[in-house]
Design a protein around this ligand. Structure first.
Ligand code: ATP
Length: 339
C-alpha cells in the first residue's frame, strides 16, 4: 500500500493505528493500555497518541482509568483507517488508495497506473470534484455521504473475454447489496445503472486500454448513493436519483460496504477471466433486469428502435421484440423506458 509517484497524495496508512483498531474491534470489553501496548509491541505513550488520532478521525473510543479503552462507535463515513482494516480481507496483492478529495477516481486510477502502481488496486475518495459518467456526462458526487471508487485490473488478454464484465459487475454488486438489505427492490438498467423503485442509485463506468487486440487494463468506476438524503441531491437529478438511505430510512457503514463492492467486482472479473465459470449470464441477469417485459426505445445508428425488452443473450446484448414480432439484438445504446 505504498504511494507511487503521483501529483495527488493518497493517505498513507499507519500500521500501528490499524493494529490498535483491529484489536479494539475484536475486543468486546475494555482492554487495558498495557495489554494493548504489549500485544502490538509498542509503548503506552504511543497507544495514547494513536488513540487520540483515531478519536479525531471519528472513532468513538471510551477511556476509563483502571479499565483501559473500549471502542464505542465506528464512523459510517469512509475513513481510511477503517477501510484499510477491513481491506485486510482482500488478497495480499490488492492495493488500496484513499484520497480525501480527487477530481475523478477513474482519472486517478489511470494516473496511478501510469506512475507505476500495479493492478489490482482500488481508488476511493470522499469527494469527487469532476465525477464522470458515460459519454462525458457528470456524476454528482456529494461529499462524505456516498461511495466513489474505481477498481483497476490488468487482464492483458483478448478484449472479448471481458465483454460482459460490466454486466457481471452489476450483478455481483447487486448481490452484495441485497445480502446487506434483502428487502431492497434493486435492479439493473441495461447495461450499467442500478435502480431502486424506478430511481437511479448507482452508475457504473467501465474504461479499458486496448491495443493490438489485447486489453491491457480495465477500470470499473462506481458511484453508489449510500447516505445522501433525497433533499441533498441537486434539483436536476432529485426526481430521478435515490440512495440506500432514502429507500430504507437507515444509514450504512460505507467502509464495510466498500470492501464488499471490491469483492463483488473481483468475483465479476473472475467470472470473465477463469475458464470454469458455469453460471449463465442471462439467467443471473434475469433476477435484476429492470427493463424486462417493459416497452422501451433507443437509437441505433441514427435509427429509432422500439419494442418490448426481453432480457439479454449469453453475450450480454439486449434482446428486443419489435412491434412486427421480430427479435432485434442491441449491443450498445441509451435505452429509454416508454411510459
Ligand atoms: P442515463 O441512461 O441515466 O442517462 P448513463 O448510463 O448514460 O445514464 P451515467 O454515466 O451512468 O449515464 O450517469 C450520468 C447520468 O446520471 C447523469 O446524466 C444524470 O442524469 C444522472 N446522475 C448524475 N449523478 C447522479 C447521482 N449521484 N445519482 C443518480 N443519478 C445521477
Amino acid at each position: 500500500m505504498k504511494n507511487p509517484k503521483t501529483q495527488n497524495q493518497s493517505i498513507e496508512i499507519d500500521s500501528t493505528e490499524i493494529a490498535i483498531l483491529e484489536t479494539l474491534i475484536n475486543t468486546d470489553d475494555y482492554i487495558s493500555g498495557s495489554v494493548l501496548a504489549k500485544s502490538i509491541g509498542i509503548s503506552r505513550t504511543t497507544i495514547h497518541t494513536k488513540i487520540d488520532q483515531l478519536k479525531s478521525a471519528g472513532f468513538k473510543i471510551n477511556a476509563i482509568s483502571n479499565r483501559g479503552y473500549c471502542l464505542e462507535k465506528l464512523p459510517k463515513k469512509l475513513t481510511p483507517q477503517l477501510l484499510f482494516t477491513y481491506g485486510k480481507q482482500l488478497t495480499k496483492d490488492f492495493q488500496l488508495f484513499f484520497y480525501p478529495s480527487i477530481d475523478s477516481t477513474n482519472f486517478e486510477a489511470e494516473r496511478l497506473f501510469s506512475n507505476g502502481a500495479k493492478p489490482p488496486f482500488a481508488v476511493f475518495t470522499n469527494k469527487q470534484t469532476a465525477g464522470k459518467g458515460r459519454l462525458g456526462r457528470k456524476w454528482h458526487s456529494q461529499a462524505n455521504q456516498n461511495l466513489y471508487c474505481s477498481i483497476m485490473f490488468s487482464p492483458n488478454t483478448q478484449p472479448e473475454k471481458l465483454q460482459s464484465f460490466t454486466l457481471w459487475a452489476g450483478i455481483e454488486v447487486c448481490r452484495s447489496i441485497k445480502a446487506l438489505i434483502p428487502t431492497l427492490d434493486l435492479k439493473i438498467k441495461w447495461p450499467n445503472d442500478l435502480y431502486c423503485n424506478g430511481k437511479k442509485v448507482s452508475g457504473i463506468l467501465t474504461e479499458a486500454r486496448i491495443d493490438s487486440d489485447r486489453m491491457h487494463t480495465i477500470i470499473l468506476g462506481l458511484g453508489l448513493n449510500i447516505n445522501s438524503t433525497t433533499k441533498s441531491f441537486p434539483e436536476e437529478i432529485r426526481s430521478i436519483a435515490t440512495s440506500l438511505r432514502a429507500e430504507t430510512n437507515q444509514s450504512y457503514d460505507m467502509n464495510a460496504l466498500s470492501i464488499e463492492i471490491i469483492q463483488a467486482t473481483v468475483r465479476a472479473y473472475k467470472k470473465c477471466t477463469v475458464s470454469n465459470n458455469n453460471e449463465s449470464l442471462s439467467k443471473a441477469w434475469d433476477a435484476f433486469d429492470y427493463l424486462k417485459d417493459k416497452p422501451i426505445s433507443l437509437t441505433e445508428n441514427g435509427q429509432k428502435v422500439s419494442g418490448l425488452a426481453l432480457g439479454i443473450n449469453s453475450y450480454g446484448a439486449l434482446q428486443i421484440k419489435k412491434n412486427d414480432g421480430k427479435i432485434h439484438t442491441i449491443h450498445s445504446g441509451d435505452v429509454t423506458l416508454k411510459q
